[in-house]
Design a binder for this molecule. Structure first.
Ligand code: GDP
Length: 475
């Protein structure tokens, strides 16, 4: 196994903690740490063993009591010799240890350098390397699941196999070029065509998964709309206050509630244009019809809130027609259930189901019944559980969010997938048109390069620098 110069970095988050882990990787990592360590001789220990002792400075002063874990090449994250030093999580101790290790011959690691070494030593492909960053950054159940599936190989293994098969064909097509004018055909066109179609069939769902993948990573763009006084800002506050309560109930969490972000059952919702809702002074002017349309356009899910005490069945039907026209999934929420008489509620509930038969609203297509009944809440009393249940269920029924399916969450991956698909579509069209081998070979080479850059089989220094440079130091 190829081992590079030893590098060192803090592997845990900076700041004060009970324990901090400092990681050393590379040629001589174990011997170098051993020079500072008093306890067993680390160079004699088996891989995957932990040893208690003290770390001393060059002047033999004790810096800390530590637990050192030894990983021997190639059985480590980077496949190099690796030492993990668990010390007390004081910033002073961490600085001292890092400084002693640097004096002993290690170099401070660059951002992502551990993961980059793991990649260069064949620990995983590029998609998996990027997933390491995503797993660490995952802050919702769904994004965690998507990142883990990529880390385990997800779609890249399958693409790598298919690319290999394509390489064999390209070799045959290029051989034909060597024969110049002679009319030879080594690469069976129907088989080549079949393979390309198989690859497209794998790639296209991945391209389509990007919008759902993006949702997992960045949240479901959700908008709360409704007429002035429906209770939108009250609802927003109720949702965010619960969130605050949940977050502050978890001991030791310091994460601030981000005003336009909401987690429900592990799904992230990104609330659009909440600023307008919080600024209640000019609500009536601000929430014009045109503006509401714009907000709906930006959303993947619309929460339409109406005041149960003042809304008539006819108004409700008009609203439903408008929502249906927007084509966006929506939930219809009746607010102020505390002040709405049962009879009024029943009339409004019932009006949904007679809708398609009796509607006189112009432009309302037949069968335009909402997919779920009215969800009744009282924003003022924070009675909003019914809404939360429906929101999380809506997000989960999106098939791409189900466990197990491969989802593309990375814009770089998407770009290579689209370029591959384009090149294959060209090549197939070229075959169908009976075009000469040199044109087909050109498209095939583009497809191979794009696929290769996706999984990291084709890399350039620039590409690696841009990917790993985005990691933080210590990863
Ligand atoms: P917005 O214009 O849609 O943002 O509406 P607001 O949130 O400002 O609420 C308008 C009025 O309705 C305020 O006086 C709220 O106190 C009241 N309101 C909001 N939610 C409820 C509720 O669930 N029940 C009752 N009875 N009043 C509510």
């Amino acid at each position: 196994m190829h081992q590079l110069e030893p590098i060192v970095a803090l592997a845990t988050a900076p700041g004060i903690g009970a324990i901090a882990v400092i990681r050393v990787s590379g040629d001589g990592a174990i011997a170098l740490t051993n020079r500072l360590f008093r306890g067993k001789d680390l160079t004699e220990q088996a891989s995957h063993t932990a040893h208690f002792g003290t770390l001393r400075s060059a002047t033999d002063a004790i810096i800390d009591e530590v637990l050192v874990t030894v990983f021997k090449s190639p059985k480590s994250f980077t496949k190099e010799d690796v030492v993990e030093i668990s010390c007390h999580g004081s910033e002073y101790i961490i600085r001292q240890i890092l400084s002693e290790l640097v004096q002993a011959g290690a170099r401070l690691a660059k951002p992502g350098e551990f993961t980059q070494r793991a990649f260069l030593n064949g620990q995983f492909d590029l998609v998996q390397a990027e997933a390491v960053a995503d797993v660490i950054a995952a802050d919702s159940a769904a994004s965690h699941r998507a990142a883990l599936s990529q880390l385990r190989g997800g779609f890249s293994k399958r693409l790598k196999d298919l690319r290999q098969q394509l390489i064999d064909f390209v070799a045959l097509v290029e051989l034909e070029l060597d024969f110049g004018e002679e009319d030879v055909e080594f690469a069976k066109r129907d088989q080549l065509r079949g393979l390309m179609q198989t690859i497209r069939a794998v790639i296209q769902p991945l391209i389509e998964s990007f919008s759902a993948g993006n949702v997992i990573k960045n949240g479901v763009p959700t908008v709360i709309v409704g007429k002035p006084n429906a209770g939108k800002s009250t609802l927003l506050n109720a949702l965010l206050n619960e969130e605050k309560a949940i977050v502050s109930d978890i001991p030791g969490t310091t994460r601030d509630v981000i005003e336009d972000e909401l987690f429900i059952d592990g799904v992230r919702f990104r609330l659009i244009d909440t600023a307008g809702l919080r600024d209640t002074t000019d609500t009536i002017e601000a929430i014009g019809v045109a503006r509401t349309r714009q907000q709906i356009d930006k959303a993947a899910l619309v929460v339409y809130l109406f005041d149960g005490t003042t809304t008539t069945p006819d108004e409700l039907q008009e609203t439903i027609a408008e929502l249906a026209e927007s084509g966006k999934p929506y939930v219809l929420v009746g607010n102020k259930s505390d002040a709405t008489p049962d009879a009024t509620r029943q009339t409004l509930d019932g009006s949904l189901y007679t809708l398609s038969a009796t509607s006189t609203v112009p432009g309302l297509p037949a069968g335009n019944v909402p997919s779920s009944p009215i969800i009744w809440i009282s924003a003022k009393d924070a009675q909003i559980d019914a809404l939360k249940t429906v929101l999380s269920a809506r997000a989960r029924t999106d098939s791409a969010m189900q466990a197990g399916s491969s989802v593309v969450t990375n814009a770089r991956h998407l770009q290579h997938l689209i370029a591959t698909d384009d090149a294959l579509a060209h090549a197939i069209a070229a075959i169908d048109a009976g075009t000469s081998a040199d044109w087909i070979a050109m498209d095939l080479r583009i497809a191979l390069r794009e696929l290769g850059e996706l999984t990291g089989e084709v890399t350039t220094d620039d590409l690696l620098a841009s990917i790993f440079g985005r990691f933080c130091i210590g990863k």
